[in-house]
Design a protein around this ligand. Structure first.
Ligand SMILES: Cc1ncc(COP(=O)(O)O)c(C=O)c1O
Length: 398
């Protein structure tokens, strides 16, 4: 199978490894590697303590080397949303991959089937979500064609997705799931692996109690659906789902066997605005856009990171405060500029050349804007660039 090849990092980027954080030109995507490792440790501890499996969503960091760091910390595999993301992960040496999404186009399903064979040969496993009979049959056709062409007999794990409140993909919880399960079980190249129940809208509900209430309904829906499937004599091995905002609730339910949270590794301004559930690990901000002031006046300054440097679907970035002298709010300056005005008790406008750190509103689409991220250890003030991490699945949309 043709897996994507990695374009090498340029010499000018590689030369920064070992240098001070000050040497990174702006705008640039920077991760605080110490904070990333702490977040990873907190997730691993949480899952160990609660005896639950974690399969972090790699749609967030899109990097096979970070995925491997997560696997080393105890993750069971990774989730992705797109076939091309799965291919990028496989090319980077990740062999247990779950496409938590519906794939319908025959040309994509041919890639899915070929990837299932590739991973099986590597002693790995591919999984996918479905929410229609049409989807199951198309997947089965692609898997059968790939089996006929290959000498191996790979089997793909198939999860039936339930729409548990987001109003996105998924069948309505209850009876509608049962015929899908029967259909999956008719095809030898497909294995019914369980149910996916992810409530995307619940993740950013600010109040912890409201998130608990929403997930309580999810749990009822899943339990009801599971009973109907089990009444047909079919075991439901695994319930998978949950994001960074609600994962403590799915865990506490006792019915989820796997967490798909992804953002916890980097966090963002939108997640920082949530009221923290005390049952939830305390994840810290680890993703920043480094920017610098290119113009400064009496009332405001302008930095070199505009909308092309960070996603704005979840709001404008926050300015990370590094010292008491400099509290700033970020305002829309267009594609290439950000306007900064003093806030709180601060009245100082930063001077030309001052380096600043922005906390993006939403981590996933911000990462997708960059070819690589600089991983800094020792902090944002005095740290050094320890590694440069490629965003392997940047733009992997198909
Ligand atoms: C199906 C699915 N599972 C898990 C996640 C992870 O959510 P988060 O990154 O908010 O933790 C997402 C994110 O959009 C998702 O779509």
């Amino acid at each position: 199978m043709n897996l994507p090849t990695k374009t090498p990092l340029s010499d000018s980027v590689k030369q920064l490894i070992g240098q001070s954080v000050h040497a990174i030109d702006t705008p640039a995507l920077v991760i605080d590697l110490d904070a990333v490792k702490r977040n990873l440790g907190r997730m691993a501890d949480f899952c160990r303590k609660h005896d639950i499996r974690w399969r972090p969503h790699a749609k967030m960091h899109k990097s096979s080397s970070l995925a491997k760091l997560q696997l080393q910390a105890g993750a069971h595999g990774v989730c992705v949303q797109k076939t091309a993301e799965a291919e990028a992960m496989a090319a980077g040496g990740v062999h247990d991959i779950f496409i938590t999404n519906e794939v319908i186009a025959p040309q994509k399903l041919a890639r899915v089937a070929s990837l299932a064979h590739y991973l099986a040969a590597e002693r790995g496993q591919l999984a996918i979500a479905v929410d229609s009979l049409e989807g199951v049959n198309r997947l089965a056709t692609a898997m059968n064609e790939a089996r006929a062409a290959a000498s191996t007999a790979a089997v793909i794990d198939v999860f039936v997705e339930l729409d548990v409140g987001q109003g996105r993909c998924g069948v309505t919880p209850g009876r509608a799931a049962v015929p899908l399960v029967h259909e999956i079980r008719k095809h030898p190249a497909l294995r019914f692996a369980g149910l996916q129940a992810y409530h995307g809208k619940a993740q950013h509900v600010r109040s912890a109690q409201e998130r608990r209430d929403l997930i309580a309904v999810v749990v009822q829906d899943v339990v009801f659906t599971r009973k109907l499937i089990e009444a047909e004599g079919i075991p439901v091995e695994l319930i998978t789902g949950a994001g960074t905002g609600s994962m403590a609730c799915e865990t506490a339910s006792g019915i989820f066997g796997e967490l798909q949270a992804g953002s916890f590794l980097f966090m963002d301004a939108d997640y920082a605005a949530n009221e923290r559930d005390p049952a939830q690990p305390n994840f810290e901000q680890a993703l920043f856009v480094k920017t610098q002031v290119i113009s400064s006046g009496l009332q405001h300054a302008v930095c070199d990171a505009g909308h092309k440097a960070h996603a704005i679907d979840s709001g404008l970035p926050k300015v990370h405060v590094l010292g008491p002298d400099c509290e700033l709010d970020y305002f829309n300056g267009g594609d290439e500029h950000g306007i900064l005005r003093p806030s709180g008790s601060s009245t100082r406008v930063p001077q030309i050349g001052r380096m600043l750190w922005l906390v993006p509103g939403h981590c996933d689409p911000t990462v997708n804007l960059y070819d690589h991220m600089f991983a800094v250890s020792g902090g944002l003030i005095n740290g050094n660039v320890e590694r440069v991490i490629r965003v392997d699945a940047r733009g992997a949309l198909t």
